[in-house]
Design a protein around this ligand. Structure first.
Ligand code: TYD
Ligand code: MG
Length: 458
């Protein structure tokens, strides 16, 4: 291993000067603090170096053929939609999620669907044995003839398999298990993960094979290992949900080939993940308007509207610094809303603990949920329940004004479709809004005025 140390060099990011030790100042271009550790290209095996040196040739942009319609559909509608209509040839997708959320399950199901169309698919597993994958596949009824599995973590072996099989789709589960014997660092280290991912992404680009790189996320939601991974791939999908509940949400947090607002909804069943098409009311199962502190907001998620329940509990606190806990909402925003309620709407909260929660493990970070959160808090604080079948939509500003939100029409239509008959919304100027049939609209300009209407402040 000793000689392998020489393969790392320090390279000046300004002028490219290389040195075996780190230098504070570059002797060539005099730049300060410009050295970064890199792999010495001289030390890369010739086989690999040749790949780096494939001659490239500039082409006239108008002559270049690119067909956006030429995407590989995984056959799982919700996944294809989040991807922006399927997989683009040669693209790398980081599929991130907490352990146990269902990453292996969904990627195996996608692999099987693609393989059923007669395309070879290679599933590379670094965490489980091929037998374990087989057991899962049996449960998922995945038995396409063209689906190949290999338990491998060695980068070179994986690259050979990819070159030999030339799959239509490859899955690497997970990227954190890969290792390159050419590198001195230990498997699982940041350098290993980054270099291995880079090599696989490069091969994907060169061969046109799209790859899914499965990645674990840490407790705080970041992809474990190098952050740079997110910059290297074309698309980052995150798979979320409460481990003990059956719904799973798929979002694209980055997408070079499509939008990032789309939401895919799945349900974990005994035989794998099933698509949920009519997702708008899945989180309202237990909603009961007869309880104080509960409101509903139609949240916009990409092109779809999801009705979610906001719950608040306000209770007197013996402590000088009463506790505040927010789940599913943006923390800073929630603190701001409490301050606005206190100062602009006259709701006394200083001696009270406040808990705010979005039911079902959903994250709603958009300001359109402000009004629902404020009404939930006020309703719990005063122990006064809100009228039945009512949704609350609106952003609340620092002076207590209720501001308009995007896609209001769509939110109203969806709420009406699900049987809601009243909507509290920001005041509308002009009359572009089409009131859904059987729905009553209550327009607010100001939070305090709204709370008074519902007897929530004196
Ligand atoms: P898995 O895909 O292994 O998660 P990850 O790869 O993200 O770590 O799935 C994890 C959980 O899903 C596991 O606890 C069992 C459950 N599960 C089902 O409920 N139904 C199924 O059909 C399968 C395959 C898994
Ligand atoms: Mg797994």
């Amino acid at each position: 291993m000793g000689s392998k140390k020489a393969k790392l060099v320090f390279v000046c990011r300004e002028c490219g000067h290389s040195s075996v030790k780190w230098l504070g100042k570059c002797p060539q271009c005099n730049a300060w603090n410009s050295y970064a550790e890199e792999i010495d290209p001289e030390a890369i095996r010739p086989s690999r170096r040749s790949m780096l040196n494939t001659p490239s040739k500039p082409e006239a942009l108008r002559e270049i053929k690119a067909n956006a319609a030429n995407r590989l559909k995984t056959g799982i509608g919700e996944l294809d939609r989040v991807l922006g209509g399927g997989l683009v040839a040669g693209s790398a997708v980081l599929f991130a999620g907490a352990p146990g959320i269902g990453k292996s399950t969904l990627t195996l199901q996608a692999a099987n669907k693609v393989a059923l169309l007669g395309n070879p698919v290679l599933y590379i597993t670094g965490e489980e044995s091929a037998e374990q994958i087989k057991l899962r596949a049996t449960r998922l009824k995945c038995d396409a003839a063209e689906l190949f599995v290999v338990a491998e973590t060695n980068l070179d072996a994986i690259r050979n398999h990819l070159a030999n099989i030339k799959p239509a789709l490859a899955i690497v589960d997970s990227v954190q298990t890969l290792y390159d014997q050419e590198l001195p660092s230990a498997p699982g280290s940041v350098g290993q993960v980054r270099e291995c991912a880079a090599a696989i992404i490069m091969q994907a680009k060169a061969s046109g094979t799209p790859v899914f790189l499965v990645g674990h996320v840490t407790k705080d939601g970041n992809v474990a290992g190098p952050r740079t991974l997110e910059h290297m791939v074309d698309t980052v999908l995150s798979f979320e949900g409460e481990k003990y509940q059956s719904y799973r949400l798929l979002r694209a947090s980055k997408n070079r080939f499509g939008g990032t607002g789309e939401l895919g909804v799945f349900e974990m069943r005994g035989d794998g993940l099933a698509e949920v098409e009519n997702a708008s009311r899945i989180f309202l199962d237990e909603y009961d308007h007869a309880r104080p502190g509960c409101t509903v907001v139609p949240a916009a998620e990409g092109t779809r509207v999801l009705l979610v329940e906001v719950q608040a509990l306000v209770t007197r606190s013996p402590m000088a610094n009463p506790r505040r806990r927010f789940t599913g909402l943006d923390q800073n925003r929630a603190h701001m809303l409490l301050a606005v309620l206190e100062r602009r709407a006259g709701l006394r909260l200083a001696e009270f603990e406040v808990y705010l929660n979005i039911v079902g493990g959903v994250q709603v970070e958009e300001p359109a949920a402000d009004l629902a959160a404020c009404f939930a808090v006020a309703s719990s604080a005063r122990e006064i329940k809100l009228p039945p079948s009512t949704v609350f939509i609106g952003e609340v500003g620092l002076s207590g004004e209720v501001r308009n939100v995007a896609t209001l029409q769509q939110r109203l239509d969806e709420s009406s479709k699900l049987g809601f008959t009243q909507a509290v919304i920001p005041r509308q100027r002009g009359n572009q809004l089409r009131t859904p049939r059987d729905m009553k609209l209550i327009q607010l300009a100001d939070l305090r005025e709204g709370l008074e209407k519902f007897f929530l402040v004196e």
